[in-house]
Design a protein around this ligand. Structure first.
Ligand code: HEC
Ligand code: HEC
Length: 405
């Protein structure tokens, strides 16, 4: 029996040798773990949000996430565009609130690992990112006053809000809106993606466990070699969450694909990060981490907003998205212009260098991939996902919440 196992071990270890990763690639692969990262544990609270990790706030947030009364027409909730069964994203290329939005709804799994929020990073906290959709007139068209009234008058919501903040009924409308947004953030912090086939491979590589490594499909191994080698993908998609959290230009078509454009009006361009910095730092924005609602004033979380400066090169830059759990969140890119993962890979393969910033970094080059390489890269990207239980956890949180008396 022992001999048999040893023989089987030998066989797999030669299969694991299908791809030879050099020292640089091995170091890069190890850098995409471990998963889950320590920050994912609920004990690591967001210090800018005093309700982060608070069980009643998480329940209140789950209730509010599916609450259409937060919207002006009583029909739109966060869940309209961030659907649990689509990785908390939606299949539409561009979201439709009260009007069509310019951008694709990002998935929300692992959202707590981000530093900037929105494709343009117009917000520097998860809680502030929940305020914009509520009050923006083209999105949900709600208001601070209506949110405050709802928290006071709906029995289960009022019960939860009181547990979270006993004096909440005396808060002014804006403070009540922030309370709602911080509860929404506490809930969204619980959305995390599970370990994947890639994570098993990465840990096996770290442990030099050849049998463990051999369980990772060869196509995914070859795709990983491209990702960490010639593809240079890891230059921007770094770390365990496959994002450096910053902003880049990937040479997508400049003009917005705009079916609503009236004949004779100019084609629109999404300024991306350029505009995001302006919104974040606007003097009239009370919700950034320099404002009075930051529960950790002077803490490290507010360093980025203090130091970020708008530069010409930010024009047309968008946030580097995580690459975990992508199959559920199609279509892709900030404008939803790529229907499938294959389309994204073809974009990087055929890249129009003339469309790229001249003053940006010259990382991206058309990769001119073969059909086999395209399939390998796709197999690798797919190996970064696994079924998650967040939709079921959301439903059970909402059931618990509805019982608050
Ligand atoms: C009409 C569709 C729609 C609704 C409703 C909506 N969102 Fe979004 N959400 C989007 C879009 C589109 C973006 C990208 C916005 C941008 O880049 O400017 C986004 C971005 C976000 C982000 C940033 C994620 C990231 O990775 O940067 C968070 C967090 C978020 N939404 C939470 C919420 C919450 C909480 C609600 C409810 C209060 C909500 N959204 C309602 C469409 C929607
Ligand atoms: C220069 C930095 C950079 C490099 C290098 C890079 N990416 Fe990206 N990636 C981005 C940015 C920025 C976006 C979002 C672009 C947008 O929406 O405008 C993106 C988007 C994506 C998306 C879409 C994800 C989603 O949720 O919409 C995938 C998939 C992807 N990249 C895979 C790759 C692969 C594979 C490679 C290597 C061939 C690669 N990237 C190289 C910066 C980069």
């Amino acid at each position: 029996m022992k001999a048999l196992v040893a023989a089987a071990g030998l066989l797999v270890s030669s299969a694991a040798g299908a791809v030879d990763f050099d020292a640089t690639q091995t170091r890069r692969i190890l850098g995409h773990g471990a998963w889950p990262p320590a920050q994912m544990q609920t004990q690591t609270a967001d210090r800018t949000n005093r309700y982060s990790g608070n069980v009643d706030a998480i329940r209140l947030g789950a209730m509010l996430f599916g609450e259409p009364r937060l919207s002006g027409n009583g029909a739109l909730s966060c869940q309209t565009c961030h659907r649990p069964e689509h990785g908390w994203s939606e299949p539409k290329a561009r979201s439709e609130g009260l009007q069509r939005q310019d951008r694709n709804a990002p998935g929300l799994l692992n959202v707590r690992l981000q530093r900037w929020f929105g494709w343009d990073g117009a917000n520097d906290s998860l809680w502030a990112a929940g305020i914009r959709p509520i009050v923006k007139d083209t999105e949900m068209g709600g208001s601070a006053a209506a949110t405050a009234k709802l928290l006071r008058e709906d029995a289960p919501l009022a019960c939860l809000a009181r547990r979270v903040e006993p004096a909440y009924a005396a808060m002014d409308d804006e403070a009540a809106l922030v309370l709602a947004a911080k509860a929404l953030a506490a809930f969204q912090e619980t959305l995390s993606s599970p370990r994947t086939a890639f994570d098993e491979f990465r840990d096996a590589l770290a442990a030099n466990d050849r049998a463990g490594m051999a369980r990772y499909p060869e196509a995914a191994q070859r795709g990983l070699a491209l990702f960490t080698g010639r593809g240079q993908c890891g230059a921007c998609h770094t770390g365990a969450n496959f994002s450096n959290g910053e902003f880049h230009d990937t040479g997508l078509v400049f003009f917005l694909n705009d079916p609503d454009r009236k004949p004779g009006t100019p084609r629109r361009v999404d300024p991306g990060r350029h505009d995001g910095i302006a919104q974040l730092k606007a003097a009239a924005n009370p919700f950034n981490l320099l404002g009075r609602y930051n529960d950790d004033p002077g803490g490290v979380a507010s360093i980025p907003v203090r130091h970020v400066v708008q530069q010409h090169r930010n024009w047309g830059e968008f946030k580097v998205p995580s690459l975990r759990s992508l199959p559920a969140t199609a279509p892709y890119m900030h404008d939803g212009s790529k229907a499938t993962l294959r389309d994204v890979i073809l974009h990087y393969s055929e890249l129009d260098e003339d469309r790229l910033h001249s003053d940006g970094e010259a990382i991206l080059k058309p990769l001119k991939l073969s059909e086999a390489e395209i399939a390998d890269l796709q197999a690798f990207l797919e190996s970064l996902s696994a079924p998650d239980d967040t939709a079921a956890r959301y439903e059970s949180l909402r059931r618990e919440a509805a019982q608050c008396r």
